[in-house]
Write a protein of this length. Structure first.
Length: 280
């Protein structure tokens, strides 16, 4: 090989190395620029998210007296670092399917995974709930919202006076608020019964007598309630459907059709405006 040829090869190697080094440096520079842009974008998005959250909180704070239960759950999820907890409490059968449907609906509507607890005490009357201090177990679930199904059927079987029933209900509410002052308590009336309607105790009172007394107590104290019992009957009448067709043979337990109706009414109630200032 001639000297000129050897020199040319060395020169090409030097040029190639220079191009490679230039390309590597340029690539590093581009990566740094892209990372800087990405970080800036992330910061802008984070700032935007914080602004959105702050605005949401302000809107919720300004509407606490007229806020749906669903919006209240969303509000709590923004304020708390922990997951939101809901508890179903009171005279509820263990196998009630409508609670599972309610849980799914709430998760879908809030776009959150909500912790749902079943503190059910089937056939427990208002006195038994107090005397056995069931609120202790309820408090352990740290619920942000409590859906308390009224024990109208159980109080009727206990055969107590309407005055006592009202007083025991008040004691239950006060015990809950003493243990859980920041929990929002929502009373819900049970589904109607074809077999228990007119089935009087020794005081010539059926379950509706106790339910009406409880609902009156709730209204007098300006507590929150979903009167699903009344709305259930209204819906059946409007559709021309017999109550018996939505219940099992015992005339009280919901069948599939009744569960669907009760679930729908509960879900609709979650959207109604209520005063949530008794919560957190």
């Amino acid at each position: 090989m001639s000297k000129k040829g050897g020199f040319a090869i060395v020169l090409l190697v030097i040029l190639a190395s220079g191009v490679i080094l230039f390309g590597m440096n340029y690539s590093k520079k581009q990566q740094k620029e892209l990372m800087a842009v990405s970080e800036q974008t992330d910061q802008q998005e984070l700032g935007s998210t914080k602004e959105d959250t702050t605005e949401q909180l302000a809107n919720y704070e300004n509407s606490r007296q007229e806020m749906s239960a669903l919006d209240y759950i969303k509000y709590v999820s923004l304020v708390k670092e922990e997951e939101v907890s809901l508890s179903f409490y009171g005279d509820i059968a263990e196998e009630e399917q409508w609670i599972s449907e309610a849980e799914q609906y709430i998760n879908e509507q809030t776009n959150k995974t909500i912790k749902v607890n079943r503190l059910v005490n089937p056939d427990y009357d208002s006195y038994k709930l107090i005397s056995e201090n069931k609120v202790v177990k309820l408090a352990e679930t740290k619920p942000d919202v409590i859906f308390f199904q009224l024990p109208a059927y159980a109080d009727q079987k206990l055969d107590i006076s309407l005055v006592d029933s009202s007083e025991y209900l008040t004691m239950n509410y006060e015990a809950i608020k003493d243990a859980l002052p920041e929990s929002l308590v929502v009373f819900i009336s049970p589904n109607p019964s074809s077999s228990e309607k007119g089935n009087n105790n020794s005081r010539t009172l059926d379950y509706t007598s106790y339910l009406n007394e409880m609902m009156s107590t709730i209204q007098d104290n300006e507590w929150i309630s979903f009167d699903l019992h009344e709305r259930y009957l209204e819906k059946l009448e409007a559709d021309g459907v017999a109550l018996e067709s939505t219940l099992l043979e015992n005339g009280r337990t919901l069948n599939t059709e009744g569960t669907d109706l009760y679930s729908t009414l509960f879900e609709e109630s979650l959207d109604q405006k209520i005063d949530t200032t008794s919560g957190m």
